[in-house]
Design a protein around this ligand. Structure first.
Ligand code: PGA
Length: 246
């Protein structure tokens, strides 16, 4: 079970320090893995604050080159250097605001894999695909265009674009159907089994029903991960879910 906290462009130094104070009073479980994706300038700062805790840090994106004249970009090598274990690639905000294409996302994912980062590859349909009944087909095609040629450590995050930051989520059978489809598509095309996280408006109220979906292996949480109380409540729900399913 995996809990990813995507802080996006939120939480400054003071807020991060307060967030981490509360983490020290919490008893983490070895069964649930957690990774926080802070804003880049605070990577080292956060990593130092949580180095005694079983939480890793990750980058919100990386470039496909290891170095060069790419103003404003970050090298996968530098993420590794600052202690990152994971990197999110292909988030819908990068696709829509920064015009990252499927092909570019594939290059970024491959470069991250080659640098020994674990990749969380994001895919997801928009509302019109869903309403017209094309969601499975759209996500399948997006996935096939973005999957790196070779990988060991890769998770897929299913994040319907219409669900991100909106409070709306697909129903549990739609989530299960999509996750099952993603797993089958990856297995068929690469002979590899992948874990699939659900992302989009995950919060304290809906976490139990999402984790009960059979094909959900964890969650990628944005807004609700900014408050330490909610982050820990989501983490605790994952621990409880695992304990109940044993
Ligand atoms: P949200 O964001 O939880 O705020 O919807 C999720 C994401 O964008 O990864």
């Amino acid at each position: 079970m995996f809990i990813a906290a995507n802080w996006k462009m939120n939480l400054d130094k003071v807020s991060i320090s307060k967030f981490c104070d509360d983490l020290y009073n919490y008893k983490f479980s070895s069964k649930v893995e957690a990774c926080i994706f802070p804003s880049l300038p605070y990577m080292d700062y956060l990593n130092n604050l949580i180095k005694k805790l079983p939480i890793s840090v990750g980058g919100q994106n990386c470039h496909y080159k290891s170095h060069g004249a790419f103003t404003g970009e970050v090298s996968p090598k530098f993420l590794r250097d600052t202690g990152c274990e994971y990197v999110i690639i292909g988030h819908s905000e990068r696709r829509s605001i920064n015009n990252e294409s499927d092909n570019e996302i594939k290059l970024r994912a491959q470069s991250a894999i080659d640098t020994n980062l674990k990749v969380i590859l994001c895919v997801g349909e928009n509302l019109s695909h869903r309403e017209k009944g094309y969601a499975l087909k759209f996500v399948e095609q997006q996935l096939l265009k973005c999957l790196p040629n070779d990988f060991k450590n890769l998770l897929v995050a299913y994040e319907p674009v219409w669900s991100i930051g909106t409070g709306k989520i697909p129903n549990v059978s739609e989530i299960n159907e999509m996750h099952d489809h993603i797993k089958k598509v990856v297995l068929k095309n690469t002979n590899k089994k992948v874990k699939v996280l659900y992302g989009g408006s995950v919060n304290v109220e809906n976490i139990d029903s999402i984790l009960n979906v059979i094909n959900v292996d964890g969650v990628l949480v944005g807004g609700a991960s900014l408050k330490v109380k909610d982050f820990l409540a989501i983490y605790s729900a994952a621990v409880k879910h695992l304990n109940n399913s044993i």
